[in-house]
Design a protein. Structure first.
Length: 307
């Protein structure tokens, strides 16, 4: 719902939003359903840091061709790669966004779906907000159902930030109109449950404790995977938290097929496969990494023969 709202209200018909080439698959589906679309820029530099120059180039092209920009950034805990930006990356992005906002209307959507399951870098985005808000609108896609472990409730919100009070009123009116005209309202039972978890101190503390246990469980899996992946020579981006991580391969489809043959399932991507550590017990990680290595070796062998 938050992604829908952002694209509907901040992208003109037949225009494009901008995001990373590795991205959540429904972004373009949602946009195309709304008679919009999504363009992408290369997410990674050769050293697997965030490709800031590619983002700047994409922003420049969008502003020149469309006269405005919606930039979608799914950090921390990027889906599907698992990448989280470090402090210097966030500050560089914020400055690029501020500069772009001087040239044209710019909105930045921060998709925070897995924020509450991140590692040490999970809150660094907050420090980037003041710089972005000097010239732009910042939208926060917040999921209450994931944050409070109510996954099936499908409840969340879009928080719109702007320096100007009158502009905030306009944003509230536009987003409220779209919500009412599209769904009438969001999941009522989800609203009731999450409201209780937010306002009841005892329930809030219990929810925080439950989530902390799950975050710790995920952290141990992340550490085990990073260690095993490094030992096996797997090519992975920086990963310190979140549900998913990408492992690079010359042929995602071939790698996934080889892994399926031994009963290990991943999602094929262009140039990678997505691994769901949220669904992988720590005891299964050695088997997972072994299957990844075998699948990538087969893909590399076939890629070499076809080169």
């Amino acid at each position: 719902g938050a992604i829908y709202q952002a694209i509907k209200n901040f992208v003109e018909p037949r225009h494009h939003a901008l995001t990373t080439d590795y991205c959540w698959g429904p972004y373009p589906v949602i946009a195309q359903h709304l008679e919009r679309d999504v363009s992408t820029f290369p997410m990674f530099s050769p050293d697997l840091s965030f490709d800031l120059e590619a983002m700047k180039q994409g922003m420049h092209q969008h502003i020149n061709s469309q006269g405005r920009l919606l930039l979608i950034l799914n950090f921390p805990c990027h889906n599907p790669t698992g990448y989280s930006l470090d402090s210097s990356e966030w500050l560089s992005i914020a400055e690029a966004v501020r500069s772009a906002g001087e040239k044209a209307p710019v909105a930045v959507l921060l998709d925070l779906a897995y924020h509450r399951f991140g590692g040490e870098s999970a809150d660094l985005w907050i420090d980037a907000l003041p710089t972005m808000l000097e010239t732009t609108t910042v939208l926060l896609a917040w999921t209450a159902s994931k944050s409070f472990c109510q996954y099936g409730a499908r409840i969340g919100s879009l928080v719109a930030l702007h320096r100007d009070h009158e502009e905030r009123n306009k944003l509230a009116n536009a987003l409220g109109f779209t919500c009412r005209a599209t769904w009438s309202n969001s999941n009522h039972l989800g609203q009731l449950a999450v409201t209780d978890l937010l306002v009841d101190p005892e329930l809030s503390n219990r929810a925080d404790a439950d989530r902390a246990e799950l975050v710790e469980l995920l952290r141990t899996r992340v550490e085990a995977f990073n260690s095993a992946a490094s030992a096996a020579g797997l090519h992975v981006p920086r990963y310190d938290g979140g549900f998913f991580v990408a492992v690079f391969t010359p042929d995602g489809e071939k790698t996934a097929a080889v892994m399926r043959d031994v009963g290990v399932y991943v999602v094929p991507l262009k140039g990678a496969v997505r691994v769901a550590l949220c669904a992988t017990p720590e005891t299964a990680i050695p088997r997972l990494v072994e299957a990844l290595r075998a699948g990538i070796d087969q893909a590399e062998a076939e890629h070499g023969r076809s080169a």
